[in-house]
Structure formats: structure tokens, C-alpha cells
Design a protein around this ligand. Structure first.
Ligand SMILES: [Zn+2]
Length: 386
């Protein structure tokens, strides 16, 4: 088992050390060849209100973890709006003498997005932290100065233990008239959608305000903000340009501390819905197994891992996943391809959907392939909503 090593981390924004613990937990996650053990401690800075994970995972542990993580596999539909991303890129590409050059930090290969991107930009480069993906640059320090007119980072900054370092790089590689598009999970809406709290890989919880404070420290100033134009429903998008001035350190902000602290605590409370659903799924699986009835668990992923942690899966329950690489995802139980278990799926009494985003698609696939239609009564989506 791979253990994430942690190191001391003060507040990135104000260098403060008066950190209030909000939520601490241990969890395991699966990568291609191993299991990663995490010890997550979410805190908030009492001085400026920035929420983050402290101590922070070391760069070395994270590289080992991400280097072994599953990339999206071909054919999986993107879980974000391509249209929204393109619209904003087009807006900041327009009005130049020639089309904008584009650099994406932490890109995941999505052919559909790339082909739309080609129409509105003059060149496309990528810099990936997950070392398995092909990309133009593996290391941000290798990217030449003033390299791109548009630099984007979609849901990357919540993963970076030293966000200022990456923001500085972004400011360096932007052309003088360039723009930086950043999307991250929105701490402001954690109460109803704590997406940012869900993943143990997330080490920053930005509010729209703390992200722009972090950017200011790196010579970037906010020019546009939106929740509606963010490509995922649980985040926000901020656009920055180069600023002639740089703030040295964030000041005291008691209001931000009070507001963000409440958002963190409310988010933690909402996360409990997932634990309740997991408990309900376990109870029902056991009851059905006693009556000789079958449960199908769909998708071998982190949610499924949470469900199996400390729980003996009844013999009458089956795990399926359409990604063949997930066959040996769990040590003790096998994962089957749905096509191998069509008869069992068609006759199953209960369906647990571990991948909320694909739930409707999976239900339709089951209906098309087995004629069985699962309803709200005989299926459960493992998400954290009420
Ligand atoms: Zn602080």
C-alpha cells in the first residue's frame, strides 16, 4: 500500500499558522497498481479565511499517486460542458490580430473538446500532472515565458498543495495581453454540493474571493467571474489578466473566515448524506441476500470502495464496470463487464449506482440490453445529495 506522506503547511495566502481544524479523516483510494492511504486534515486560516489541507501531501507522494491513477478511458463522455469552455475561450481569443495560442494545465484527453478548440485557437499545448497522459510539457518550469495568449486550468488548482507556485508559473507563461481561465469547486456552495470536499486528493477549498487573493499575490487580477458559465455545476470560473502590481501577502479578513468556515462545516454536514446512503445500501443488500435475491453494484470506483470498506459483500451481490481495466480493482471481489452478466442484471432486485454522473445513462443501457427498467424504488444513486 502506498502511504501519502505529509509535510508542514502554513496558510499560502497570509503565511498564517493559526489554523482551525474543520474535518479530519482517513481513507483509502485505488490506483492502477496499488492502494493509496490518505490522512486528510481540512483546516481554515483564522486570519484570512483560506481553507485547505494541512499538513499537505508531499510532492513526491502525489506524483507517485497521480502517476498511477486511472485516466478517463476512450469513449467515456466528458462530465463537463464543452460549449461553456469554448464560449469563454472564444471570447478571450477574439479581437486579436491573429487567433490566440492556447495552453492547458492538467488537461485530460478529450477529443471532442480538442476538435472544438482547434477551431478557435492557433495552437494547443498541454501540461499534465498525471504522467500517463501524452502532453507537450511534463513540468511547468519547462514552458517558455510569454508562451500562450490563453492559459486554462480546469479543476486543477484544488489539487495543488502549493497553488501560488503554479499561479506564478501561469503568470510567467502568459503573453502580456494574455488571459488565464481557472475553474475550481466552489466553497461558497459546499452546503448543497460539497464536490470539493468529496475527494481526498483535494488540498485547497477556494472561495471566489480567496482564489482572486491568491492570484493577486502572483501578479494576476480578476477580470471576470461566473458560476453559471463554469463547465461543471459545482464550481466557478474566474478569468485573470496580468497586473502591473503584486500584493505581497494577504491581510486579515475576519468576514471571509466567518463565511468560509460556515461553508466548510455545512459542506461536511452534507457529506454525511453519502455515509447514510452507503449504510442504507448495505442494509438492503444484506436483506435481499437472505431472501436469495441479487444486487448489482455498478462501477468500481471510490464510492464502491467506501461501500466495501469494512463490509462483507453478500455472495448474491455482483460488481460490474464497463472499463475492463477495473477487473482486479478490489483484492477480494471480482469486477465483471456488464456484458458478461446480462442475465443477472436483468433479474436483479436492486441496483446501486456508484457513479452518480452516469446514472441515467447506465439505467438506459440496462433497459436497452436486458429490458429491465430500474426505478427510484429499486435503485440507489450513491451521491451526497439529500
Ligand atoms: Zn491565511
Amino acid at each position: 500500500m502506498r502511504k501519502i506522506e505529509y509535510e508542514d503547511r502554513a496558510c499560502d495566502l497570509c503565511a498564517g499558522r493559526d489554523l482551525e481544524e474543520i474535518w479530519k479523516y482517513s481513507i483509502k483510494s485505488r490506483t492502477k497498481s496499488d492502494i493509496t492511504q490518505w490522512k486528510v486534515r481540512n483546516v481554515i486560516c483564522r486570519n484570512c479565511g483560506f481553507a485547505f489541507v494541512s499538513p499537505a501531501p508531499t510532492r513526491k507522494s502525489l506524483e507517485s499517486h497521480y502517476g498511477d491513477s486511472f485516466e478517463l478511458f476512450a469513449g467515456q463522455k466528458p462530465d463537463y460542458s464543452i460549449g461553456k469552455r469554448i464560449r469563454l475561450i472564444k471570447k478571450y481569443s477574439a479581437g486579436r490580430s491573429k487567433k490566440a495560442s492556447y495552453l492547458e494545465i492538467g488537461s485530460n484527453n478529450c477529443p471532442e473538446f480538442m476538435s472544438e478548440l482547434k477551431k478557435v485557437t492557433s495552437s494547443i499545448s498541454t501540461m499534465e500532472i498525471n504522467q500517463n497522459c501524452d502532453s507537450s510539457y511534463k513540468n511547468p518550469d519547462e514552458i517558455p515565458a510569454k508562451f500562450a495568449d490563453i492559459v486554462s486550468a480546469y479543476f486543477v488548482f484544488e489539487h495543488v498543495p502549493d497553488p501560488k507556485r503554479l499561479l506564478m508559473t501561469c503568470a510567467r507563461v502568459m503573453s502580456d495581453s494574455g488571459h488565464m481561465i481557472i475553474e475550481v469547486p466552489d466553497l461558497g456552495i459546499y452546503a448543497r454540493d460539497p464536490a470539493g470536499l468529496y475527494l481526498c486528493e483535494h488540498v485547497n477549498h477556494f472561495s471566489p474571493y480567496t482564489l482572486s487573493v491568491a492570484a493577486k499575490l502572483c501578479g494576476l487580477e480578476l477580470v471576470e467571474f461566473s458560476r453559471a458559465e463554469c463547465s461543471r455545476p459545482f464550481g466557478f470560473v474566474s478569468v485573470f489578466k496580468k497586473s502591473p502590481t503584486k500584493t505581497a501577502r494577504a491581510g486579515k479578513n475576519k468576514d471571509e473566515y466567518i463565511i468560509s468556515r460556515a461553508a466548510m462545516l455545512e459542506g461536511v454536514n452534507t457529506m454525511k448524506n453519502l455515509s447514510r446512503k452507503i449504510a442504507a445500501a448495505r442494509r438492503r443488500m444484506n436483506e435481499l441476500a437472505k431472501a436469495g435475491e441479487t444486487t448489482i453494484l455498478w462501477s468500481a470506483n471510490w464510492n464502491c470502495m467506501r461501500l466495501l470498506d469494512g463490509f462483507e459483500l453478500p455472495a448474491k451481490a455482483l460488481i460490474v464496470d464497463s472499463d475492463i481495466r477495473k477487473k482486479d480493482y478490489f483484492k477480494k471481489v471480482s469486477v465483471h463487464l456488464p456484458s458478461e452478466k446480462l442475465a443477472e442484471i436483468g433479474k436483479a432486485s436492486y441496483l446501486v449506482l456508484n457513479a452518480p454522473f452516469y446514472a441515467d445513462e447506465i439505467k438506459s443501457w440496462i433497459f436497452d440490453n436486458t429490458g429491465r427498467r430500474f426505478t427510484k424504488e429499486d435503485s440507489l444513486i450513491l451521491d451526497y445529495y439529500q
